[in-house]
Design a protein around this ligand. Structure first.
Ligand SMILES: O=C(O)CCC(=O)C(=O)O
Ligand SMILES: [Fe+2]
Length: 597
């Protein structure tokens, strides 16, 4: 049973901070209420920075995730928050200060928002004053800060709260620097945490798990110390403070490639062959995205193939042998509510890239883009799961550009799961270059961006032998999309945000037999079965004896009723077929297809 996900209440304000590293001046403070969270080990926080995606400033957000055991005997809860940071707060150059107050179940993160001059003055003052901590400080900010970051004073990861308490005490003694650290550590061990003796305190998401070095800034520790200066202890000030880990500042894209270079490169590929690929996200950002995926994993549903011209006459079926992924559509409200900080920034970066940059560079095909589908997360669960060769938009549903970003850490090529892309004329086949087509394979390595024309480029996902994650959006050509949505009765188009493979309208001429009977002719059960069987037989025979393209196969399948779809699926060895009929009965279907005014 997944934990209930809540958005914590959040307050932001500019505050004046005296005499610490933030200077005598402005700081930006985010305070989050996390009721039920009793320990810093439950909290992780990161700054997601889309600013450096292309070296231009777009946005940054503070992403906080915390969990609490059953509140009031109810279900476990998880808090997810995303707070957009104003442009003037610092992250790269300055450590945000993090303080978790267990008694009040409140997390405060303070960012420097002062200017460079103030910073320079602060450093000087800092050098003069040195540092010390205040025994009288009830909140033990140093201990809480360390616990929050999951490190000891020497920067090594803490193994457990108790172990950490000893380490802290030892470190403090060895450093002869801060008697308060031992007390702080002790307090930390005694803090009202749910499981202080055995639980590892979690650092900012994934940092230690991946063995990342703890990156540090001494100034932040000085900030904490000076804030709580005890005059008696300033004599021992001269020891350099250990370097501590700040919140991580995670970029959602590579810094090395300016947006125009990236856009030039992608445009070249699109113009030449109709597809392009490039590295896009850093591994840090991929790791964070994977954290976000965990929140929605229980809500994935099987990817469906649309078998019908409209929802009145067709069915959506999930046949794993055709399309083996499980998907999740992210609606904007969810993204804004705070569950998807990285995805929000990714979307922003991809929107900028496509709508601002690519549409200008390739106006003939991309000049009319202005809208897109929601974002879709897909997971192929390994075990040979695949998506057979297809073209995304064969029914003029409006989709013009498919953009994918893979979210797989350390993908091993041996796992398969490549995206195989054929040339725009559909040449080439599943066996390679036979047929004269140009075929390429894209490894779904984390952070790789792939894009292609949705209405031209055949592609497939080769069998994947490990869990494979991707993020996809489709951009609409305005005119085509308007025409599609206004086409009366074509519910498949209207549904295309949630239905992945809208129907094609080709091959209507192929007569599958019984459809043309009128309702009055049906002697229900027997005839229904008969219709289904004959339709299924005709469909399978066509597939086996004629060379049909996926588009034609889809068009043919559009005429099958759910019972026939099940029969077909079992012929192709897909016992896992699930059918969701979208019409009430064969009579309704016949009426809908052959309605006579
Ligand atoms: O995940 C991929 O590489 C492509 C998936 C795909 O073709 C689709 O979802 O339409
Ligand atoms: Fe596709």
């Amino acid at each position: 049973m997944p934990a209930r996900v809540l958005s914590p209440s959040t307050t932001t304000s500019y505050v004046h901070v005296d005499g610490d590293v933030f200077g005598d001046g402005r700081a930006f403070e985010v305070v989050l209420d996390l009721p039920g969270v009793t320990s810093a080990r439950d909290v992780s926080a990161d700054v997601v920075d889309a600013r450096s995606a292309y070296g231009v400033s777009t946005s940054r957000a503070l992403a906080v995730r915390a969990s609490a055991n059953a509140l009031d005997g109810g279900e476990d809860v998880e808090y997810l928050a995303s707070v957009t940071l104003p442009a003037d707060v610092r992250c790269d150059a300055s450590s945000p200060r993090v303080k978790f107050n267990a008694r009040r179940a409140r997390l405060a993160v303070t960012f420097d928002a002062a200017d460079e001059d103030a910073r320079a003055m602060t450093s000087e003052t800092d050098a003069k004053e040195g540092c010390a901590a205040d025994e009288a400080d009830e909140d033990n900010p140093l201990a809480e800060y360390l616990a929050m970051l999951g490190v000891n004073e020497d920067g090594t990861p803490r193994a457990s709260a108790v172990a950490a308490a000893h380490d802290d005490a030892n470190a403090a003694a060895a450093a002869e620097d801060d008697a308060n650290a031992a007390a702080a550590a002790e307090d930390d061990a005694n803090a009202p945490t749910a499981s202080t003796s055995t639980t590892t305190i979690r650092p900012a998401a994934g940092a230690h798990a991946r063995g990342d070095p703890v990156t540090t800034r001494s100034s932040s520790s000085r900030a904490l110390d000076r804030r709580t200066t005890n005059p008696k202890k300033t004599k021992r000030k001269s020891h350099p403070r250990p370097r501590l880990a700040p919140l991580r500042c995670v970029r959602t894209a590579r810094t090395v490639q300016a947006v125009s270079d990236l856009a030039d490169h992608l445009t070249e590929g699109l113009n030449a062959v109709g597809w392009a690929t490039a590295p896009f996200m850093t591994s840090d950002a991929v790791a964070l995205a994977r954290e976000e995926i965990k929140n929605v994993a229980p809500f994935y549903t099987p990817g469906e193939v649309w078998l019908g011209k409209s929802s009145a006459t067709g069915a959506q079926i999930a046949v794993k042998s055709i399309r083996g992924d499980r998907i999740f559509w992210m609606v904007p409200e969810q993204i804004e509510m705070g569950g998807f900080v990285v995805f929000r920034e990714m979307l922003r970066a991809i929107d900028d890239l496509v709508l601002d940059q690519l549409s200008r560079r390739a106006p003939a095909r991309l000049g009319g883009l202005s809208d897109r589908t929601h974002a879709m997360l897909a997971e192929y669960p390994g075990r040979g799961s695949r998506f057979v060769r297809h073209v995304d938009n064969t029914g003029k549903d409006g989709r013009r550009l498919t953009v994918l970003c893979y979210l797989n850490e350390d993908w091993d090529g041996k796992n398969g799961g490549h995206l195989k892309v054929y040339d725009r004329d559909g040449n080439g086949d599943g066996d390679g270059d036979r047929g004269g087509g140009r075929v390429t394979s894209v490894t779904p390595a984390g952070g790789t961006l792939a894009m292609f024309y949705s209405d031209e480029i055949p592609h497939e996902v080769l069998p994947s032998h490990a869990t494979r994650h991707s993020f996809t959006v489709w951009y609409y050509d305005d005119d085509e999309h308007k025409a599609a949505t206004s086409r009366a009765g074509d519910a498949a188009v209207a549904d295309s945000r949630t239905t992945h493979a809208p129907a094609t309208s080709t091959s209507d001429a192929r007569n599958l037999g019984a459809d043309r009977q009128t309702c009055a002719d049906l002697d229900l059960d027997e005839q229904r079965q008969d219709i289904s069987d004959r339709a299924a037989t005709a469909f399978v025979r066509t597939l086996m004896t004629e060379r049909v393209t996926p588009a034609e196969a889809t068009a043919l399948a559009a005429r099958l009723d759910p019972r026939a779809s099940v029969a077909v699926a079992s012929v192709f060895g897909a016992p896992d077929v699930e059918v969701r009929p979208t019409h009430r009965s064969p009579c309704d279907r016949v009426r809908a297809v052959h309605a006579v005014p």
